[in-house]
Ligand binder design. Sequence first.
Ligand SMILES: [Zn+2]
Length: 247
Amino acid sequence: MAERMKSALPVEETNETASECWSCGDMRAAHFCSACGRVQPPRPADYFSFFGLPRKLNLDTARLEREFYELSRRLHPDLAARADRREQEWSLQQSSLLNDAYRTLKEPVKRTRYLLQLEGLHLEEQSKTATEKARAAGEVKKQVVPPDLLEEVFELNMQLEELRMQRKTGEDDPALVEEIARQRLELEKKHESLLAELKGYWEQWDKLVDSGSEEDRRKVLDKMVDVLNRRNYVRNLVRDVAEALES
Ligand SMILES: [Zn+2]
């Protein structure tokens, strides 16, 4: 009865509480029993709590990796092959959850996007169809071009257009190609620096997780969305430039 009540609690709280092993009644780990090693039924958990982590963005990835390999071994479906059929099923489910959680959390941008999603924020689509849809619906699509890039992008687009025209007539201007290649490098640097900017907000977020106000947290989350959108924009731009240069 006590167990049933526990499972009705929110995810963060149930995950802290080790429940009893279905097999031997002794349970000290969340995903498998540390006494008998039996895999336990998966409980609803986000990827952070799956690893017993708080929702912080600075993460010891070496430790995460060690945890991943340890859990992979413990939860591996082959180990459960001879066991209870239910345990085999749980083992498959837990292993798949483990893989998804690890792949998402180990990578800085994926980890951030995942956190934003957990916090109920959605990244703005920068795709052409999303822009067109917004236009058709008469909505103002905010920040299609990041303001700090407006001038650069305008000029770059002109140069790309010029290059395409030259290519049609079969006469490349080497100076133009060189200039576009230089801008491509600049954009790649920009792409890198946006990751550094993002990590600055990680610091702020991690401090606010336990003690900050809802309003302060929301502000930092919004800033992260903004950085990721700009970074996405720059990445698409680099791709366009690379295509133009290589065609
Ligand atoms: Zn047990």
